[in-house]
Design a protein. Sequence first.
Length: 378
Amino acid sequence: MECSVARQCGGCLGPRRSYREHLAQKEKEMTALLGRFCPVEPILGMEDPYHYRNKSIATFAQDRAGKLVSGIYAQGTHRVIPVEDCPLQMELLNRTQAAVLAAARRCRLTPYQEDRGQGLLRHCMVRCDTAQTQALVTLVTPSAYFPGSRNFCKELTRLAPWVVGVVQSINPRATSAVLGKTGKTLWGKDFLLDTLLGQKFALSWASFYQVNPRQTPRLYETALDFAGLDGTQTVLDAYCGIGTIGLCAAVRAGQVIGVELNQAAARDAAANARRNGAENARFFQGDATEWMEEQARRGQSPQVVFLDPPRAGTTPRFIQAVKAMGPEKVVYVSCNPQTLARDLADFAAAGYKAVKCRPVDMFPFTAHTEAVCLLERR
Ligand code: SAH
């Protein structure tokens, strides 16, 4: 992997090892963690593990000469390493980040300085569609104050005419979360459209979306295949994001009901169902655990439950609710093998045995591994 800042940048594990060695390492770790529950199948790696990411986050700072720079934190620090050409990000993201920086410099925008609580720009998140024809730019600022935002948008869209929208996300808090809770559209749209497994999906700036669109179809196909859908089942899609797994399942199921905590994402999911004419799919906003308990109380009896929780995994109460509903199959999509192992033990105690597990490399050259696990009622 060619990268001029690999030594300093903390964004990935860098080129210290070949991709093949990375994959072998991940497979070994997954077997060590999950092998006691079920057979772990070979990891699905990428043929070309570069320029796969569809989302880029850069942080703004000042260099020694006082010039605005943007890049990625050096490993374990808050020192920004300028990154111009990240080999893991899609080319359009690199070009868009460069255009954002050039436009910001031209408009004399200042970086936010954490220590002093002064300045304007904290981070810039850019997302693009799989075809790399459109990009959505989200600028994170500490307050709603953004003097010169019109000029900035004008300059940015002149330099990067593929930008379809510029959003300001307001994050006054000094936490590791990049995005704030509130946002404002500065120019154009506040969402991006993408195509995945033949369906169209709109995603708002604040919604979760899988970051590796070349591997996402393989991840979802694995999950759908594990579920053994036959066109008749009632399927639950918990932690559904913008409804991607549920809507891919809907074409092979009787009905799909999904739940998602993030309001924007839940709204996207409902709109995506309409967009794809999926009359058998419904999506709700709420906490997955509470919603599952509610479904169990109402006597809902799905045949298949998909769950795709964030890194923290799911909850013992969620698992108890699954037990109460008694689906034949549970398909667990996990981005954190540690919490997956913990939850598999709870599922086993609730009568759900892990049958097989398939790791999928969604994040080449990083320490993260995704896995799909099939559980069946004993
Ligand atoms: N299945 C989707 C999203 C997976 S990411 C996809 O493949 O794209 C996990 C999702 O869980 C995120 O959208 C996040 O907003 C949501 N989430 C986090 N905590 C939640 C909770 N307590 N209840 C429901 N959804 C939650």
